[in-house]
Ligand binder design. Structure first.
Ligand SMILES: C[S@@+](CC[C@H](N)C(=O)[O-])C[C@H]1O[C@@H](n2cnc3c(N)ncnc32)[C@H](O)[C@@H]1O
Length: 283
């Protein structure tokens, strides 16, 4: 009979990490770290062994632990993730922090390219009085987002931001936040295999010759909506650090004011914010 300690050793070998093996067992049995250690001598039931071995095989293939367990930790809670959604990145939490600095009691917020809904849910959890909607083109990602946002009360809509069916969705919005696909196709070569092989390419890549595809479209759509409903809007982007200047120039040219960039904790230019209609006019 196989013991917990043996399974843990196999998982550590497969993942190349004792920490991952520890998390796998904590998650599978819903145990604390201490329990995993204390139960080392316990025999694994045959049905458990079968499930755990399947998970270990997935880890061995390079699949990230978050997809194997179906959940990822972000800002103090677990979010459901599947192969249709990106695994949350720590820098995205810094973008959420920036959005939450907005000094307004009431706001309507739209998270474009919401994926698993981490930005939309975290903003709503930080400011429950704000009305938050997440939008994505992927129905499969939206299913996950809806589950993640159920308790917080976030609304999710299906649309393609590059070919938006319901443009009026932007008219009432005060804050738009987006972490759109921003990795260039040519950057694939330098990317790690676990990202390339397991994360959804729809969430990651843009053509080499159109790095700002999503940024331009979103900034333009928001500006058009300003033409229909004249009120201040604030736009927050997570960006590819190689295009900080281009993104800011593009926004300034469109009439966004107070365009500003922030670095993430790795020192990379990672976020941009601009305000539309702050002084009541566009130039
Ligand atoms: C970089 S991921 C961000 C996911 C999540 N917001 C996060 O920060 O982890 C980009 C997201 O944009 C979505 N997306 C890609 N093309 C889109 C489009 N044309 N319209 C709307 N969403 C799109 C993808 O499905 C993906 O969920």
């Amino acid at each position: 009979m196989t013991k917990i300690a043996e399974i843990k050793r196999e998982a550590a070998e497969a993942a190349g990490s004792a920490e991952v093996a520890q998390y796998l067992l904590e998650d599978y049995y819903d145990w604390t770290a201490t329990q995993v250690m204390m139960e080392g001598g316990r025999e694994v039931k045959p049905e458990e062994e079968e499930e755990l071995r399947k998970m270990i095989a997935r880890l061995k293939s390079g699949e990230p632990l978050q997809y194997v367990t179906g959940k990822a930790y972000f800002r103090g809670r677990y979010f459901k993730v599947t192969e249709a959604t990106l695994i949350p990145r720590p820098e995205t939490s810094e973008l959420v922090d920036w959005v939450l600095e907005e000094d307004t009691e009431k706001a309507k917020v739209l998270d474009i390219g919401t994926g698993s809904g981490i930005i939309a849910c975290s903003v709503k959890e930080g400011r429950p009085e704000w009305e938050v909607t997440g939008l994505d083109v992927s129905e499969k990602a939206l299913e996950v987002a809806r589950e993640n946002g159920k308790e917080a009360g976030v609304k999710f809509v299906s649309d393609d931001i590059l070919n938006l069916q319901d443009q009026s969705i932007l008219d009432e919005i005060d804050i738009v936040v987006s972490n759109p696909p921003y990795v260039l196709e040519r950057e694939k070569e330098s990317m790690e295999r676990h990202v390339l092989d397991f994360e959804p390419h729809l969430a990651l890549f843009v053509p080499n010759d159109d790095a700002l595809r999503f940024y331009k479209k979103i900034a333009e759509l928001l500006k058009e909506s300003y033409g229909r409903a004249e009120k201040k809007r604030t736009l927050f982007f997570e960006i590819n650090e190689a295009f900080a200047e281009e993104t800011m120039d593009m926004m300034r040219r469109m009439g966004y004011e107070e365009v500003e960039c922030r670095r993430d904790s790795w020192g990379k230019e990672r976020m941009v914010r601009g305000i539309l209609g702050k002084t009541g006019k566009l130039f």
